[in-house]
Write a protein that binds this ligand. Structure first.
Ligand SMILES: [Zn+2]
Length: 494
């Protein structure tokens, strides 16, 4: 019983994302189906499952509703089982050379054996070599009419523009909390189980926008629940520390509502669970920082949006003040009598200011307008979206000001903290879901050759130890340190 496989969508209407559904209906209902698609987005968002559905739509012998596949005819069944000789799935990572693509080019010319259309699904297409891309391009320029290519990639920026321009691009985004809760709810119902909605919500928060990750967690929890109702408590007991992101979201909610008791409650919980306060504050600052940039009109790259609490009720001025308070508290952490004290004081101070009061008068911390370095203005913007934003000129002043504040806060961080921030930021540009997991870890040691990470969860350790993930991490580290650094991940003893 693997939920992810069992409940994998088999029709367009079963896909989680409304945007993808609509785009596919539009394209596949038209008389001229494109010869090449490019599916982009992080891992676990259903690119390959969707590619198979497209293959079925193109080949189903007994379409039921409009263009939806029947999932019963010979073509449909063999595509679902992966035994259809005309639907070829190729892993770009292990078939990246010119010879493989030349071979493919020869076979492309042959007519399909039983299907109407041959469909080539090339996963991780960005891994192809330049020569292989050139060979592929020739096929895409003059594709035989019986062939459709579906190229999938987590890193579209590594795919040559000449290839991209010949494909119809569909972007897969992270599922929202609502979409995930709905999908998990369906599973619970079909499995004849019971679950609190809050429990599903927490699982959605833990899954970083990926249905696959979420379904995995749900399955683990179902096993733990032993046929009893799935409660939020049970999920928390087994996963709560993993979800620093969730705790951060809860903390921001408390701060928005000026809920002193709620905020202090979260701190107490974190402390009792042994969560490192500096790390938590760092996460809180980063999230607020993103929220600030978002509110100031900075465009984020497609995949970054999940990090931004764009529904935050806080005003720009409020976020700015919170970041100042937190940055100062973080710098005081070293000398704190109790590690949780600086954060607690921030919560008390913040929540004691009446809603709507003039925040600027009580600004404190290391921010003096005269000491703002002007040279550092652009770099944090670049690191977030790749290019300095030229949009929203009237708001630019706000951006400059706030970013400097964040920067000054960061100058108080230790060297490990700085490396950590840079690493998470860099990884974010490659793969959002890895960055999400990374946030749940901390640096244990770093000596210039080896970076030892610690995590509380086996789930995180497994994910970070995957070969491809390690590659991403080591590439990111190389980019930052200009050295070859080995990464190791260990489980914290709990
Ligand atoms: Zn069919």
């Amino acid at each position: 019983m693997v939920f992810y496989r069992k409940y994998r969508p088999q029709k367009i209407e079963e896909l989680d994302s409304k945007e993808v559904r609509e785009k596919l209906y539009n394209v596949l209902e038209s008389s001229s189906v494109p010869h090449a698609f490019l599916f982009t987005g992080s891992k676990g968002l259903g690119k390959t499952s969707t590619a198979r559905i497209v293959a079925k739509v193109l080949n189903c012998e007994k379409k039921t509703k409009g263009i939806e596949p029947c999932n019963k005819c010979e073509q449909c069944v063999s595509i679902t089982n992966g035994t259809n000789m005309d639907i070829l799935e190729i892993d770009g990572a292990s078939n990246r050379g010119i010879d493989e693509i030349r071979d493919l080019r020869e076979k492309v010319k042959l007519s399909p054996m039983s299907a109407t259309r041959k469909v080539y699904i090339i996963d991780e297409v960005h891994m192809l070599t330049t020569e292989a891309f050139n060979a592929l391009l020739k096929t895409l320029e003059e594709p035989p009419s019986h062939v459709v290519f579906i190229l999938c990639t987590t890193e579209p920026h590594k795919v040559p523009g000449t290839i991209i321009s010949r494909c119809l691009r569909i972007q897969f985004k992270r599922a929202t909390e609502e979409e995930l809760v709905r999908s998990f709810g369906k599973i619970i119902k079909k499995e004849n189980l019971e679950a609190e909605e809050d429990a599903l919500r927490l699982i959605a928060n833990l899954s970083d926008g990926s249905f696959r990750d979420g379904a995995k967690i749900l399955e683990e929890i179902v096993t733990l629940a032993k046929n009893k109702k799935i409660t939020k408590e049970l999920v928390e007991k087994n996963y709560s520390i993993a979800s620093t992101q969730y705790q951060i979201a809860q903390m921001i909610k408390s701060l928005e509502e000026k809920d002193t008791k709620g905020g202090l409650g979260i701190v107490a919980k974190l402390a009792s669970e042994g969560v490192e306060m500096g790390y938590f504050m760092q996460g809180l600052i980063e999230t607020l920082h993103n929220s600030l940039l978002f509110k100031a009109g900075v465009e984020f790259s497609e995949d970054n949006s999940v990090l931004v609490m764009d529904n935050s009720k806080l005003e720009i001025g409020e976020i700015k003040r919170l970041i100042e308070l937190l940055a100062k508290a973080k710098s005081e952490l070293k000398y704190a009598v109790l590690p949780q004290l600086p954060l607690e004081l921030v919560i008390v101070e913040w929540c004691s200011v009446a809603v709507g009061a003039d925040h600027t008068s009580s600004v404190r911390g290391p921010v003096a307008p005269s000491s703002r370095p002007t040279s550092s203005v652009a770099s944090p913007l670049r690191s977030l979206d790749g290019t300095p934003s030229s949009r929203a000129t009237p708001r630019l002043d706000i951006k400059k000001e706030t970013i400097n504040i964040v920067q000054q806060g960061i100058s108080n961080y230790s060297e490990h903290d700085a490396l950590w921030t840079a690493l998470v930021d860099k990884v974010k540009t490659y793969n959002h879901s890895i960055a999400g997991v990374l946030r749940g870890c901390s640096i244990k040691s770093y000596d210039g050759k080896k970076l030892l990470l610690q995590t509380n969860f086996k789930f995180h350790k497994d994910k970070l130890s995957e070969v491809k993930t390690e590659e991403v991490l080591e590439n990111a580290l190389r980019g930052i340190t200009k050295k070859n650094v080995k990464i190791e991940i260990e489980l914290k003893n709990r």
